[in-house]
Write a protein that binds this ligand. Structure first.
Ligand code: ATP
Length: 199
């Protein structure tokens, strides 16, 4: 699986619609300081569901929307789409390509799309679990991330290995099952109370 295209509009310094095509293998993005290189990797992490504005070097999520320059007005919406290719085997799906889109408006309204159809963030997270693709995963390593991993607590570092080993999905399933169990136990308690009252 590889990142085939990135389409950005209204995101950070990319006011105009910009499309980047990538080839399999290594890609280097070069340019002068402040030209927007890190904004490209921010866009990839954002479309994959990054929820922490600070991880995107902003104070609030609205900061990802193009906020204008001396010559252009701020925009009201940011949208990023990525297309991943060679997905069939890696994601266990029937399509070869998957397109993920995230959109946010200044009003706060936002949405995620999977192959142009509205979906939940959860669907995207689930699709990429254990593949190494994701916001907390190792496929996008922003500046300082390697240092952070090396100096992290053993427990935190373990999550990187768990993702690579493919057990994140099972841990998520276990958490969900335990949550349902807790809910069912609470329902049973309530039922007990009702039965006792009726007796
Ligand atoms: P360096 O080489 O110094 O790390 P870089 O090429 O990685 O720089 P970025 O950090 O990606 O550059 O981009 C910084 C630029 O993006 C700044 O000029 C900043 O003003 C601009 N920028 C960030 N957020 C927004 C926004 N919401 N609207 C408009 N411009 C923005």
């Amino acid at each position: 699986m590889y990142l085939k295209t990135l389409e950005i509009v209204g995101f950070k310094s990319f006011a105009n619609k910009t499309k980047l095509d990538f080839e399999p293998g290594m890609t280097a993005i070069v340019g002068p300081n402040g030209c927007g290189k890190s904004n490209v990797s921010d866009a990839v992490r954002w479309v994959l569901g990054e929820q922490r504005a600070r991880a995107l070097r902003g104070a609030k999520m609205e900061d990802v929307i193009f906020n204008g320059t001396d010559s252009s007005k701020p925009l009201g919406m940011a949208e990023v789409s990525i297309t991943l290719a060679d997905c069939t085997e890696a994601l266990g799906i029937e399509y070869d390509e998957v397109c993920i889109t995230r959109r946010v408006f200044r009003s706060g309204e936002s949405g995620y799309f999977l192959n142009r159809k509205a979906c939940r963030l959860k669907d995207i997270q689930r699709l990429f679990m254990d593949t190494g693709v994701g916001t907390d995963s190792y496929s996008v390593l922003e500046q300082g991330k390697i240092d952070q991993i090396l100096s992290a607590r053993a427990d935190d570092r373990r999550t990187v290995f768990e993702e690579a080993a493919g057990i994140t999905k099972y841990k998520a399933d276990k958490k969900e099952a335990l949550r349902k169990l807790e809910h069912t136990e609470a329902n049973l308690l309530r039922l007990d109370d009702v039965v006792r009252e009726v007796k």
